[in-house]
Every structure is written in C-alpha cells, then in structure tokens.
Design a protein around this ligand. Structure first.
Ligand SMILES: NC(=O)c1ccc[n+]([C@@H]2O[C@H](COP(=O)([O-])OP(=O)(O)OC[C@H]3O[C@@H](n4cnc5c(N)ncnc54)[C@H](O)[C@@H]3O)[C@@H](O)[C@H]2O)c1
Ligand SMILES: [Zn+2]
Ligand SMILES: [Zn+2]
Length: 361
C-alpha cells in the first residue's frame, strides 16, 4: 500500500517548486519508511531545482532531515519503528573497494531505497541525494537512518544530515585541523559557518571567516571566528596573509563552489598547507592555475564529500556534544517554516538572509 503525503517537487529546470501529492510505498527488503519531523533547506536543493546536479526531473527535494522510523522492511535489523533517526546520504555498503580497505567514509556504492516514490499519476520521482524529505513521509534505505538520542530537537538534528555535517567534517575529518592551526573559511553560509565551528572545536588558534555579506560574518563570529574579511571590499588573499604574519593559513576551506573562490583558497594558504573544497561547482566551471604553483606551493588539495563523515560514528557523537552544550547547532536554525514556504526560503537563501530555514512537520 502506498502512503499519500504532501511533498515539495521541482518539476522542471529553474521553475519554482510546488507542494504536491506524493505516493510513498511501504518499505520492502532493506528499506525504511520514515515520518519526517524536520528538514533543512540546503543550497544543494536549489542546485537541483536549477538543473545544476542533473536533469532527472521531477525531483522530490529535501535531504537534511530527522524523523521517526514508522516501518521497516522484513529483513531490517539496524533500526526499528519508533527510533528517532537522522537521515544520511552515505549508507555504507561494506563491500566496495573503499569499504574493504577500511575507509567506509568514502564508500563508492552507497544505498538508497530500491522502490520509487511517485507523483499521483505514477511518474517516478528522483529523491534529492536519495532522500527526498520535504515530505511528510519518505522511503529510504534502512542504512540511511542513523539512530541518535531523541532528546535533541528535530530541527537541529536534521542539520547534521547534510550541510552542517559537511562543514564540520570538512574541518574535523578532511582537513584534520588540530590545536594551533590557522584556518580560513571562504563562504560562510550554513556549510562554511559549520566549518568555522569545527575549526574552533578542534582548537585552531586563528579562524578567519571570509564572505561577501556582513551578516554572515557576524554569525561567523558567533561560531568562533577570530577575524573576518568582507571580500567585496578587500582582497581576501592579501587579508588572510596579513592576518597570518604574511604566510597564509595552514588550512583554507572553500565553501562556495566557484573557480574564483577556489583560486583565492589556493593562494591564501601557507606553503605546504591544505585546501579543502566543500562547495559544489557546476559542470561548466573551469579552473586555471599555473601548474608550477601547484607544485611549488606543495601541500594538499582535497575535496570533501559530506565532510568525509561516517554517520554511525559522527552523528551520535555530535548529538551528544550538542546535548552537553558544547556544540551550539541551534544557532544554524534561522527560522522554522512550513512545507509550502520552501520556494520563499530559496529566495531568502539567495538574498543571504538565513543560515538555514528548516521545514518542521
Ligand atoms: N561537499 C558537500 O558534501 C556539500 C554538502 C552540502 C552543501 N555543499 C555545498 O556547499 C556550498 C555552500 O552551501 P550553503 O548551504 O552553505 O550555501 P549558502 O548559500 O548558505 O552559503 C554560501 C555563502 O557563500 C557566500 N558567497 C557567495 N559568493 C561568494 C564569494 N565570491 N566570496 C565569498 N563568499 C561568497 C554567500 O554570501 C553565502 O554566505 C554549496 O555549493 C553547496 O552545494 C557541499
Ligand atoms: Zn562501500
Ligand atoms: Zn545538502
């Protein structure tokens, strides 16, 4: 039996999203049906709507979510009805070459539900990042559900499902920031500010936040930035060097996803430093850098997919830190909204008015 629910669907490239009826099947083998409690609006949802990720319209958007398991498939043992879970887009397979080498946070064969959710007329939907949680219920692979302490508020917990985890993980896992490092973060939206928070948590001595929007920089200070640079009015490479005794930062995290900001990150790091790209570029973007500079500056150039997180390891740990008052995740929630306000939330994101709008159901 399919469940008839409301969901936010992007029907065609660049068109406004709309709330429409979605049919969600009962869970089959390996699957879980989840009642969504909260789902954050991430920039990646906007990329989907605008055709920047693919052309598999219609998309069921939303992928930064927490909820309650309602039912599971016959063979599922990892989660049970009633469990409070954060949904993840890295359900590790345990069998691909990354998993077999003991590096499951790179898993190259992650699971999604096998059955399709559809529109009322049977048109199959592509769920964003294999989740699709701007909906009252969603169907995912059971491995996409990570059980956490239900004492955390759903609108806060859900953020760990994508953007905040991506930023925290870029700092903690991918860059491996440790006590005493100097760090710069370019682009301080939800993801970049989570990287600022991660750098502060890891004990960085200097955390330089860069954005084109003063609001974002004010928020960055609240997350632990020691210095801020508005790159509309000052050259960020020069400013980051000035703030680091002329050397550049040990780690620069790019959380915008554009060639020009990547180039700034590349030149704003110290010799042998690390650049981490967490912003997602579009397919037509190109980077032009003299190869001699890649060699001559040494260090490492990394990308961070989902903050190299392992949901089973990282989600419960970060929830515990939050509940102990050591990780102020609630500061990312700028507003809570209803399902029909997602399009408006995209506009607010575009205008830079919010860190995260979170749909609460
Ligand atoms: N790698 C991953 O796993 C992962 C996960 C989630 C999101 N993302 C990506 O991370 C990026 C950021 O996502 P978000 O949700 O924080 O978006 P957001 O829109 O909230 O934040 C983007 C920020 O970049 C700033 N910005 C724009 N142009 C800039 C420039 N030229 N210089 C400096 N700052 C600039 C904006 O003012 C804004 O504060 C997106 O590309 C998103 O797709 C990646
Ligand atoms: Zn795997
Ligand atoms: Zn996301």
């Amino acid at each position: 039996m399919a469940h008839e629910v409301k969901g936010v669907v992007a029907g065609a490239k660049g068109e406004p999203v709309s709330v429409t009826t979605v049919l969600v099947p009962d869970p089959g083998p390996g699957e879980a049906l989840v009642t969504v409690r909260a789902c954050g609006v991430c920039h990646t949802d906007l990329h989907y709507r605008d055709g920047g990720i693919g052309e598999d319209f219609p998309y069921l958007l939303g992928h930064e979510a927490a909820g309650l398991v309602e039912a599971v498939g016959p063979d599922v043992t990892g989660v049970a009805p009633g469990d409070f879970v954060i949904l993840n887009w890295r359900a590790v397979c345990g069998q691909c070459r990354a998993c077999l080498r003991g590096r499951p946070w790179y898993c190259f064969a992650t699971h999604n539900a096998r059955q399709k959710m559809t529109l009322a007329d049977g048109t199959p939907l592509s769920p964003a990042l294999g989740i699709g949680a701007f909906a009252e219920k969603t169907l995912v692979a059971a491995g996409q559900c990570t059980k956490v302490d239900p004492a955390i508020k759903p609108e806060v917990a859900g953020l760990l499902g994508c953007g905040v985890m991506a930023g925290l993980g870029a700092a903690l896992n991918t860059a491996g920031i440790s006590r005493g490092d100097s760090v710069a973060v370019i682009g301080c939206g939800g993801v970049g500010n989570a990287a600022v928070l991660g750098a502060a948590l890891a004990g960085a001595r200097k955390v330089i936040a860069v954005d084109v929007d003063d609001h974002k920089l004010d928020w960055a200070r609240g997350f632990g930035a020691t210095d801020t640079v508005n790159s509309r009015s000052a050259d960020p490479v020069e400013q980051i060097r000035n703030l680091t005794e002329g050397n550049g930062a040990d780690v620069v995290i790019e959380a915008v996803g554009r060639p020009e900001t990547y180039q700034q990150a590349f030149y704003a790091r110290d010799l042998a430093g690390t650049v981490v790209l967490v912003g997602v570029p579009t397919p037509e973007m190109r980077l032009e850098v003299p190869l001699i500079d890649v060699f001559g500056r040494g260090g490492s150039l990394k990308s961070s997919w989902y903050g190299d997180c392992l949901p089973s390891r990282d989600f419960p740990m970060l929830v515990d830190l939050h509940l102990q008052g050591r990780l102020p995740l609630e500061k990312f929630v700028s507003e809570t909204i209803a399902l029909d306000a997602v399009e408006e939330a995209f506009a607010k994101m575009h205008r830079g008015e919010v860190l995260r709008s979170v749909v609460v159901l």
